[in-house]
Design a binder for this molecule. Structure first.
Ligand SMILES: Nc1nc2c(ncn2[C@@H]2O[C@H](COP(=O)(O)OP(=O)(O)O)[C@@H](O)[C@H]2O)c(=O)[nH]1
Ligand SMILES: [Mg+2]
Length: 281
């Protein structure tokens, strides 16, 4: 029924139903690819303490800055393909090298809070390394990518992580090791590669995932997990800032209270002295 006619008849407005995209709307912590191959949260859900903090009215409008995610790895391992599969649900067979850096923004809603992921898809070529360096800085998440059908790309993973970490010495980014093109392997090859990559992931202290941009295998699950871990870290960081700010404020208030007490004591004693000396006059 048109809204005008509804108003004229004084009927209540029809309820509006908001449909949330289940890909980007998270109410629970998505699980790791394998609980044995992650140095991060292995629980089935976000910590009750985190939920409690986020539900406090004080933190209802917690402003979280978009979080920077960088993808590194050899040329043509499939970095652009996994970002495109998640952001646009598309896959291209023909290879087009990324020139310099590509940038995508994906918006999530986690536990009712808006959270943006900035995905920086860097070119793997050595010749672009000089410009890519500037984009490595302040990464909250580093995704080290290798091609499951090319073992040498796994061997380069460590080198890529070291160069990314060189630009991120003050923060502690969440690290993932991601094997792409899972669709190209037989079951045996797949299992053999996962075993090898598991050792590398443990060495790099990274969470491990096998995915395929072509078939879409584990793409959504991976990005949801990435967003959730980045969100947990960002919230914790923000809460720490609020806590240290309020501790500073409390300390300043205490100091000024102390100095006031001191002044008052000085004032009283000097006045008392003056009165006493006044009496003797
Ligand atoms: N079979 C298969 N091919 C893929 C997959 N992901 C990427 N490719 C192909 O690998 C090539 C390089 O991918 P691209 O994402 O551009 O690599 P980048 O240089 O790391 O960004 C392209 O030809 C893609 O079509 C995948 O999951 N399966
Ligand atoms: Mg690319």
């Amino acid at each position: 029924m048109p809204q005008l006619l509804r108003q004229q008849l004084l009927l209540p407005a029809s309820p509006t139903v908001t449909l949330h995209d289940p890909r980007t709307h998270l109410r629970r912590l998505p699980p790791a690819y394998s609980t044995t191959q992650t140095p991060y949260n292995r629980d089935k859900d976000f910590a009750p303490q985190l939920r409690y903090q986020l539900e406090l009215p004080l933190h209802s409008k917690l402003k979280l800055r978009p979080c920077k995610v960088i993808f590194v790895g050899d040329c043509a391992v499939g970095k652009t393909a996994i970002v495109n599969r998640f952001c646009y649900d598309k896959f291209q067979n023909n290879y087009k090298a990324t020139i310099g850096v590509d940038f995508e923004l994906e918006n999530f809603n986690i536990l009712g809070h808006h959270f943006g992921l900035e995905m920086w898809d860097t070119a793997g070529q050595e010749r672009f390394k000089c410009i890519a360096g500037a984009y490595y800085r302040n990464a909250s998440v580093i995704v080290v990518t290798y091609d499951m059908s090319k073992r040498d790309t796994l061997e380069s993973a460590k080198k890529w992580l070291i160069s990314a970490l060189n630009y991120n010495t003050t923060n502690a980014p969440v690290i993932f090791l991601v094997g792409t093109k899972a669709d190209l392997l037989t079951k045996e090859e797949f299992m053999r590669m996962e075993r090898l990559a598991g050792v590398t992931a443990a060495e790099l202290q990274a969470e491990y995932w096998s995915v395929s941009a072509r078939s879409g295998y584990k793409i959504n699950e991976f990005f949801q997990r990435l967003a959730a871990l980045a969100f947990e870290a960002a919230v914790q960081q923000q809460l720490d800032v609020i806590k240290s700010r309020s501790t500073d404020q409390a300390q300043t208030a205490q100091k000024s209270e102390k100095s006031q007490t001191f002044d008052l004591r000085n004032y009283l004693s000097s006045n008392f002295g003056r009165q006493k000396s006044g009496c003797s006059c």
